[in-house]
Design a protein around this ligand. Structure first.
Ligand SMILES: [Mn+2]
Length: 292
């Protein structure tokens, strides 16, 4: 007999129901890792908080008009064991896992954890298919050549991504180092002011027109305004609204093929549940928009 809603609490997996691995379109990999955080640490608690909150999302989305869980079967893997010996080792471990997911023709979805973990995914995908556009949602450009003596830190992730991929877009940025600011290509990096002036739809549509068919999204929750999303390692004022992010997702997704994504830097604040739920719901709607 099929389990009835409300008879039992949902399973401890993303969105409360585990698809069979064979049927899964998306494979979620929780990565409870933070080690290079420079301000508030604790994003290693992010995956647990997102998974727990995600169990209580109404499966039917009135915004999209369908039950996302039915159209986008998700298999949630066990949490990946952190390797604290060095960020390079951790990135390697993630890369191996993501390679297996990609070989099985599934879309990897990393749930972080700090932003550094994205590099494992980007390296793994690059080996299979270099013809990918990377779109970063972030308050920070993360373009330090190196930070705190490592090239593999949360603040250098996009410097590394730009070495791997020629097509990269950055959006929602409102903190950037001077060197990067001086050389920035304003056609590929959209500051928050650009979004305010042009509107989220317009910026999303510009990215959609300029990017390749295959898209990877790396999403740092601090792109959101701290009034909605205070639970991040480095909260930056004047951020995007939840609805602006959804508007951009809708434009960017048009006619494109999502090959992977990561959602990083959720750093739960004890007893403050709303941001965790927001994070979970954003990921749910994201999947509905890109695969619905
Ligand atoms: Mn970041």
């Amino acid at each position: 007999m099929e389990k009835q809603p409300l008879d039992i609490l949902p399973e401890y997996v993303l969105f409360g129901s585990q698809a069979s691995y064979d049927n899964a379109k998306v494979v979620a990999l929780p990565v409870p890792y933070d080690s290079t955080s420079s301000y508030r640490s604790g994003s290693r608690e992010g995956p647990k908080a997102i998974i727990n909150a995600s169990r209580f999302i109404e499966p039917f989305s009135y915004e999209l008009g369908f039950d996302i869980s039915k159209r986008v079967p998700v298999y949630t893997m066990d949490e990946l064991m952190p390797d604290f010996s060095s960020p390079e080792h951790m990135i390697d471990r993630i890369k191996k896992e993501v390679s297996l997911i990609v070989e099985d023709k599934k879309v990897p979805l990393l749930i972080g954890g700090e932003h550094t973990i994205a590099l494992g995914s980007l390296q793994a995908l690059k080996e299979k298919n270099a013809n990918i556009t990377v779109v970063q949602f972030d308050a920070h450009s993360d373009t330090y050549e190196e930070l705190n003596t490592t090239k593999y830190s949360h603040g250098s992730i996009m410097a590394r991504a730009r070495e791997l991929y020629s097509s990269v877009f950055q959006v929602g940025i409102r903190s950037i180092d001077k060197r990067s600011f001086d050389i920035v290509d304003r056609k590929t990096l959209f500051f928050i002011d650009d979004v305010r002036r042009e509107g989220a739809d317009k910026v999303g549509s510009k990215i959609n027109k300029a990017c390749k068919e295959n898209i990877y999204i790396t999403f740092d929750f601090d792109v959101l305004d701290p009034s909605e999303m205070p639970s991040v390692g480095t909260p930056e004022p004047n951020g995007l609204k939840f609805e602006e992010v959804l508007a951009m997702f809708k434009e960017i997704a048009k006619g494109k093929n999502l090959v992977g994504a990561d959602f990083v830097e959720l750093t739960p604040i004890p007893s403050l549940e709303a941001p965790n739920y927001l994070a979970a719901k954003l990921i749910y709607l994201f999947l509905g928009i890109f695969f619905g």
